[in-house]
Design a protein around this ligand. Structure first.
Ligand code: PLP
Length: 391
């Protein structure tokens, strides 16, 4: 493939050869025809022959090629959801008897998988404070096989120092994995910072329109092939061709959309930071973020589309705000055209013990604003009216 710019890559990477359609066709078939018994027998020997959609599918392969090109990875594997990608990637990397060091402040589903599920299968997991490189070093053990990161994390927007942590891991031959959902490859390129494997909830910015679940794993070809053949093929968490098509379609405008998410979110962070009704605001590219210098270095493309803040008056005032918004929509996702607003402590993280939530930087009153693509002045006007007379 030629060396293309990011917009050209987002539009053209993964295009199927020999197809006349400009818009890619959707291959919905669950299996692929053989013309003879001999061809069928041979197909099972050949790596890239289409046989059965749980193994390989041309529409799904297009999404994979697009994500690999944008992340700068050798290969990618799509899965049914972000959680299917996370669990497939982790289960490819570890086995019973291994130890994992994970960052604090992870997305609730990942946190549950690492804290509750993995130990039941004989994998030990320790947590290191997201923002403290030395905590990762102290948590390492002779049997540590994987360091798991998420930066910025959901929802606290704390950052892992990716280059410093991967350097620690490399010296010791430990695999590193990061969830790059919040930043996207437009803002942050973890593989170039030394990470081995990147995972995504493609449900979010990749899809971009809130109408398909998906996940993707990116990394070295041998890891991706093991994930495909040893894990996903047998656990069966495959994406449907239609969802892969929707997500690949959305990805053609990823760089355009992420630039606008970045712009709108930074403007909102600035507006919230100045508002006397707001107690505090956190956004990676806002100077008030405790890791602002790291954010500018590690996320050169922009601070992302999520802003978190707390209203003066705490939890009750925050709930009041949620009940009064009109343009912003109360919903659990992010990365959509629509601005979505949520209260993580009472929703996505309600099942997580409060001390674990707080260790992950999530105060009880924290509001997550997943800034959409609307006119930013309209989002500001909505929040302004919803904040009302809050002290
Ligand atoms: N990773 C992050 C950072 C997320 O925010 C989410 C979902 O919100 C996931 C993973 C899981 O993705 P999915 O809902 O597509 O399974």
């Amino acid at each position: 493939m030629p060396t293309w710019g990011v917009h050209t890559t987002a539009i053209h990477a993964g295009e199927e050869e020999g197809v006349a359609d400009v818009a890619p066709p959707i291959h919905v078939s669950s299996s692929f025809r053989f013309s003879s018994a001999e061809e069928a027998a041979q197909a099972f020997e050949v790596e890239d022959r289409y046989i059965y959609t749980r193994w390989n599918n041309p529409t799904i392969n297009q999404l994979e090629a697009k994500v690999a090109a944008l992340e700068g990875g050798e290969a990618a594997l799509a899965a049914a959801s972000g959680m299917a990608a996370v669990s497939t990637a982790v289960l490819t990397a570890v086995q019973a008897g291994d130890h994992v060091v994970a960052s604090t402040g992870l997305y609730g589903g990942t946190l549950h998988f690492l804290r509750e599920t993995l130990p039941r299968y004989g994998v030990a997991v320790s947590f290191a404070t997201a923002t403290d490189v030395s905590a990762f070093e102290s948590a390492l053990r002779p049997d540590t096989r994987l360091i798991y990161l998420e930066s910025p994390n959901n929802p606290a927007l704390e950052l892992n120092d990716i280059a410093a942590i991967t350097a620690l891991a490399r010296e010791r031959g430990i695999l590193t994995m990061i969830d790059n959902t919040f930043a996207t490859p437009i803002n942050q390129k973890p593989l170039a910072l030394g990470v081995d494997v990147v995972v995504h909830s493609a449900t979010k910015y990749f899809c971009g329109h809130g109408d398909a679940l998906g996940g993707v794993i990116v990394g070295a070809r041998d890891f991706i092939e093991r994930a495909r053949k040893e894990t996903l093929r047998h656990f069966g968490g495959n994406i449907s061709p239609f969802n892969a098509w929707l997500i690949a379609r959305g990805m053609q405008t990823l760089p355009l959309r992420v630039a606008r998410h970045n712009e709108n979110a930074l403007r909102l962070a600035e507006w919230l930071a100045e508002d006397p009704r707001v107690a505090w605001v956190r956004y990676p590219w806002h100077p008030s973020h405790p890791q602002h210098d790291l954010a500018r270095r590690q996320m050169p493309g922009g601070g992302g589309g999520v802003v978190v803040f707390e209203v003066k008056g705490g939890l009750q005032a925050g709930m009041h705000l949620l009940d009064r918004v009109r343009l912003c929509t109360q919903a659990a996702s992010l990365g959509d055209t629509h601005t979505l607003i949520s209260h993580p402590a009472s929703t996505m993280l309600a099942h997580v013990p409060p001390e674990v939530r707080r260790a992950g930087g999530v105060s009880d009153g924290l509001i997550r604003l997943a800034v959409g693509l609307e006119d930013v002045e309209d989002i500001i006007a909505d929040l302004d009216q919803a904040l009302g007379k809050t002290p």
